[in-house]
Every structure is written in structure tokens, then in C-alpha cells.
Design a protein around this ligand. Sequence first.
Ligand SMILES: Cc1cc2nc3c(=O)[nH]c(=O)nc-3n(C[C@H](O)[C@H](O)[C@H](O)COP(=O)(O)OP(=O)(O)OC[C@H]3O[C@@H](n4cnc5c(N)ncnc54)[C@H](O)[C@@H]3O)c2cc1C
Length: 329
Amino acid sequence: MAGAFWCIVEDDRQGNPKKVTAEVLGEASRLAAQAGGQAEAVWLTDKATEAGLKLLAEWGAKRVWLCENPGFAPYRGEVWTPVVAELAAKEAPKAIFGAVTTRQRELLARLAARVGAGLAADSTALALDGERLVATRPIYAGKLLAKMTWAKPPWLATLRPNVFRAEDPQAGASPAVERPAVRLPAEQMKLVERREEASTGLPELAEAEVIVSGGRGMKGPENFVILEELARVIGAAVGASRAAVDAGWRPHRFQVGQTGRTVSPKLYLAFGISGAIQHLAGMRTSKVICAVNKDSEAPIFKIADYGIVADLFEIAPLLTQEFKKLLEK
Ligand SMILES: Cc1cc2nc3c(=O)[nH]c(=O)nc-3n(C[C@H](O)[C@H](O)[C@H](O)COP(=O)(O)OP(=O)(O)OC[C@H]3O[C@@H](n4cnc5c(N)ncnc54)[C@H](O)[C@@H]3O)c2cc1C
């Protein structure tokens, strides 16, 4: 539908759309209601589920463009991009939104180049101003907020997780499902090896409402167990600074910051992290920041809502104990 606000679905690769998609659909629904259009989902997957389709409708999608093909898994930018671009050329949506996730960051950037559209990457606010859409996005590692608009549609944007509000789920809603014929591009690359990363059993960094992060002050990889124990009690994800990642203590997918993940949880707990600008770039939009550092001059205290000047090896186990007691009540 012309005037549609498209949202690319992020799923768990088992046919279940993830929470970030609810947030993107929520924002698209609000904007579409003002602009006289509708929110629609575009789902590229090797296996969709009825439950997944229903969920998308409950989150606000009036229509789902379902492109189901074994060739869509695992995600490859060079396969997904031409499919979405071709569909967009035919259907002329007003906007195409995605979430700031590893694959959608890449997909939307490729798509912008392919369709000759502007992209507001990592947006933290979107608002209609008459006929224009205005995006707000942090620049210079989060030191400034820039407002930008597009010369022409489609308006492409990636939305930072945990910033936009999902709509209240509309129980019982079901979407119109379109199954467009898709032509997969000729294979340019072959998958030669696939490694599944072992799951930590903890929430994913990008989606977590609480994050417990450790830096060089953790002193070694073995000590991250202390943070994992705390995380398990409060249902948090565990993140790390680049110093901890570069030292080989945590894999790169846990890195928070300019060259890692951008996160925006309700609560960010930083242990033994000094607060370098590149780290702050990835977490400064967290709602509440609490830092534990034995150096009272550490820059992280400048942006922390709560600061504890102390040895993290005393504080982290104490917090775990106290939270346990509180939650057992
Ligand atoms: C281009 C570029 C990109 C970068 N991207 C990133 C990025 O994405 N993410 C990122 O994090 N960094 C990034 N960096 C690196 C960044 O500049 C810092 O070097 C890094 O963030 C420092 O990590 P840290 O705070 O863990 O270590 P440090 O700066 O060494 O700080 C360790 C802190 O631990 C405290 N501490 C030590 N022992 C204890 C204890 N027992 N109890 C309590 N506190 C203790 C110390 O007081 C200190 O403040 C980037 C740098 C560049 C140049």
C-alpha cells in the first residue's frame, strides 16, 4: 500500500518475531495513524509460524508481506536486499523501518544505497512535521543530537531498541498476509561453515531491560562469573567494555560502545568501567545508570545516576545477595 510504514521483522530464527519488532511496529503505527497510512510488516524467513503472524498483527501490523524461502536463512545481506528493494519498488511504501540489530543495521544501509534513499541510522525519536518525517539521532559518539529529514520517500530508518514504545497488544487481531513471489538473486557466496555460539541462558544484550557490564577492572575472564550470578538473579544481560573484549575475556558480541552494541536498557550497571567516550556512546541513553568504581574521579560518575566508590569484588556479590533476598520476599 502506498503510504504504508513498513517494518522489517527481526525474528529468533525459529519463526518467532522478537520484542524489538513490537517497538518498531508501535512507532510505525503511531506515525501511520497521523499520516493516514498503516503499519505493515515485511518478514523474510525460512519458516514463518501462525503464532508469529498473529503476534505481528497484535503488535499493530495491518498487513504482513511474508517472503518465505529456505534461501533466507541464515541472513545474508546480498540475498535479502534485492528482495526487499524489488518489493519496495513495486509497492512504494512511505517508510521502511528496522531495529538497530546486527542484521538490520546492514540490511537498511544496503537498501538505502540500492533504492537511492536516505537512512536515519540509530534513531532515538521520529516525528511528523507536516508532510515531512523528522528523525533525531545521536552523533559524535552521543555528544550531540542531530535532527534530519529526507529529501524524498521512502524514509528509511533504524530505531534504537528499548527507546520506542510498543503498542498495547490488540488481542485477537489477525493481519492480511501477502505472499509476494520472490526471486532470489543468483548465489554469489556459499556458506562453508556455520558456528552456533553457545547460549549463556541470559537475555540478549540489545533487548535486555537490565544490563550488568564489566570492564578492565574485572581483572580477568574468570571473574565475569560474579557478574553472571548477579545477572541471573535480576534477569539481566551481561555486557563488557572494549578493554575486556580486546583482552579476550568476552566475545565481541558482548561489547557495548561505539564499535560494539548500542544499548538503552532501563538500568545499566557498570563494574570497573572508567567511562571512556567510546563506551558512553553505546549506553548513555540508558534510563538509569549505576557505576561501581574504586576511583572517585572515573569519568563514568559524570553520567551515572548512582555511583558507588568501592571495590567491585566486594559490591557485586553483596548486590547479588541483597537482590536475592528482596526477590525471595
Ligand atoms: C575508535 C575507538 C573505538 C572504541 N570503541 C569502544 C567501544 O565500543 N566500547 C568500549 O568500551 N571502548 C571502546 N574504545 C576504547 C575506550 O577508549 C576505552 O579504552 C575502553 O572503554 C576502556 O575500557 P575500561 O573502562 O574497561 O578500562 P579502563 O579505562 O582501564 O578502566 C578500568 C576501570 O576499572 C576501575 N577498577 C579497577 N579495579 C577495580 C575494582 N577492583 N573495583 C572497582 N573498579 C575498579 C578503574 O578505576 C578504572 O576506572 C574505543 C576506542 C577507540 C579509539
